[in-house]
Design a protein around this ligand. Structure first.
Ligand SMILES: NC(=O)C1=CN([C@@H]2O[C@H](COP(=O)(O)OP(=O)(O)OC[C@H]3O[C@@H](n4cnc5c(N)ncnc54)[C@H](O)[C@@H]3O)[C@@H](O)[C@H]2O)[C@@H](O)CC1
Ligand SMILES: Nc1ncnc2c1ncn2[C@@H]1O[C@H](COP(=O)(O)OP(=O)(O)O)[C@@H](O)[C@H]1O
Ligand SMILES: [K+]
Length: 498
């Protein structure tokens, strides 16, 4: 599903009205019907609709008429003042006035009504918000937030459609009904939580209008990205599903590489090779008997990959993951540099691999390998020198800029994981805070390298990885709640891929 900014949506609406000659008021009517459809499912006895003075308010006025015609008990408020309403919104306001409805602008009356209403509809501010919410409207939002149930029209008032930031104050909706495309604000930042359950409804905009906008950002929906998964031919064998190499582990930390190996196996890789320091061989061997092992020499407990082993890896591997539990040991920078210089297939750099890379990110620029980096925000901070808070507030832009500059693919982890090659963007909405547990990143790495081995390209592997990892985490959450651990996630991979 496409994800658009407020400017994209403005252009799409404009194209529909000016080029394709659909009157704006018809779109507004269809928007109102789309909201009505959801309200009827909720079966409220009485509805309070709070409108602003722009077209978001216009949707609210049109909705009020549709509800009144169906004999619902409806109260309509307009803030700051109904005399300021113009255009299509005014047409719908005037119809209500002609029907004899009183349109109120009294905050105290709203406070009373909100308490006794089964449902409050928030049609105060939509995609047309600019700058911080004005103080008078902040008070209206506070009152709306006291409601039993809130449905926001298009986007919760106070949320920026472009990045999900709360502009000083915002409505926290139970349901948001939006039109034609998701907005960034529904799935990023505070907007993700504030939007509640989001429903995207068609309002009659010709699909050409959206196509002509050339949208480059997608999120998951009922089809994407899972329709990328290929069915296996019956007459295939392990040789068809990749030799994937996972380089990781140090004398103090064997768990990460074990989890990544298991994860690669549980998501269908044909042959999974573990490359780790010799001192953890017994543990890895006992816990992952299905893997092939390349135990390596050690320096100070950290892995040392000699030329003979490096040649085996570079020669055999269909895909490599570098970094899980490796430790941030200076000499490993040289190893990473060699791999980047000599390997010409897909390379995932994660965890300590990213910390090692942070010593000099510019080595990416001459890389022969196609690189995917999978940083969490703190690792992204090490890569870029930016602070974590800034990164989290500007996830898409930060990831895009880095990917473009260093010619790689970035998967920036966290709620609303972002995958980008610098131009195309995927924002993932599966997953939950139960996944904020040690090792859950390691199993993502194992999953992605496994998908690479099975022949998916680097971008698709990252997208599928983020999506399936989140789904598997959501399933694990059903059973274990916040007590879920990384093993619970990886054990669900095969189910969702099937
Ligand atoms: N043809 C179209 O453009 C369609 C638009 N639709 C609706 O129209 C909305 C967009 O309408 P508009 O562009 O008129 O904008 P909005 O109605 O979202 O908001 C603009 C109004 O909000 C006020 N405002 C802006 N920033 C503010 C702030 N920081 N604090 C307080 N008040 C502020 C302004 O006074 C302005 O009148 C969409 O979200 C959607 O609900 C739908 O009717 C479908 C068709
Ligand atoms: N609140 C959340 N919502 C969705 N996914 C989350 C959330 N918290 C963590 N995750 C996911 O869990 C994984 C954690 O990875 P990471 O921080 O690298 O863990 P570790 O290094 O311990 O393995 C990432 O894929 C991240 O996107
Ligand atoms: K709204």
């Amino acid at each position: 599903m496409f994800v658009v900014s407020s400017e994209d949506m403005k252009q799409i609406d404009k194209r529909a009205i000016e080029k394709y000659k659909i009157p704006g008021i018809i779109l507004m009517e269809n928007a109102a019907f789309a909201v009505l459809e959801e309200i009827e499912k909720l079966k409220p006895r009485n509805v309070t609709i709070v409108c602003g003075i722009g077209n978001n308010g216009g949707d609210g006025f049109a909705l009020a008429r549709l509800l009144l015609n169906k004999n619902y008990e409806v109260d309509v408020f307009c803030f700051p003042d109904k005399t300021k309403v113009k255009g299509d919104a005014k047409v719908n306001l005037d119809i209500l006035i002609n029907m004899g409805l009183e349109i109120k602008s009294d905050l105290e009356k709203l406070r009373e009504k909100v308490k006794s209403s089964d449902l409050v509809v928030d049609a105060v501010l939509g995609t047309g918000i600019s700058g911080e919410v004005r103080d008078d409207i902040k008070k209206v939002i506070d009152v709306i937030n006291d409601a039993n149930k809130i449905l926001s029209v298009d986007i919760p008032s106070g949320i920026s459609s472009d990045d999900g930031k709360c502009l000083g104050k915002c409505v926290f909706a139970d349901i948001t009904v939006t039109f034609e495309c998701l907005k960034f604000g529904h799935i990023l930042g505070e907007g993700r939580e504030a939007s509640g359950k989001v429903l995207v409804k068609k309002i009659g905009i010709p699909k050409e209008c959206i196509k002509e906008q050339n949208i480059k950002t997608l999120t998951n929906d009922d089809g994407y990205p899972m329709y990328l998964i290929k069915r296996r031919r019956i007459d295939t064998n392990k040789g068809n599903y990749g030799k994937v190499f996972i380089i990781g582990g140090n004398y103090k930390m064997s768990g990460a590489v074990i989890l990544a190996l298991k994860s690669a196996l549980r998501s269908g890789a044909g042959l999974v090779y573990g490359v780790f320091p010799r001192s953890i061989m017994d543990r890895v061997g006992a816990l992952v008997p299905e893997a092939v092992y390349i135990p390596c020499d050690e320096k100070n407990g950290y892995i040392f990959i000699d030329e003979a082993n490096l040649n085996i890896i570079l020669d055999k591997a269909d895909a490599i993951a570098f970094g899980v539990g490796l430790g941030n040991y200076d000499e490993l920078f040289v190893t990473l540099k060699e791999i980047l210089k000599r390997y010409d297939k897909n390379l995932v750099i994660d965890a300590d691999g990213i910390n090692i890379l942070s010593k000099d990110v510019s080595i990416l620029k001459n890389s022969k390998a196609n690189v995917l980096l999978t940083p969490h925000p703190a690792e992204m901070a090490r890569l870029t020198g930016l602070c974590v808070e800034f990164i989290n507030k500007n996830r898409v832009e930060v990831a895009k800029k880095f990917a473009k500059e260093y010619r790689c693919i970035v998967l920036l982890k966290g709620a609303s994981t972002v995958v980008t090659d610098g131009e195309n963007v995927y924002i993932n909405t599966t997953g939950n805070p139960g996944m904020a547990t040690a090792g859950s990143g390691d199993v993502l790495t194992g999953l992605i390298v496994s998908l690479l081995g099975q022949g998916y390209n680097l971008f698709d592997s990252a997208v599928l990885g983020a999506y399936i990892h989140g789904l598997a985490g959501d399933k694990a959450y059903e059973t274990y709640g916040y007590g879920l651990v990384a093993h619970d996630i990886l054990n669900n991979f095969g189910f969702f891929i099937r």
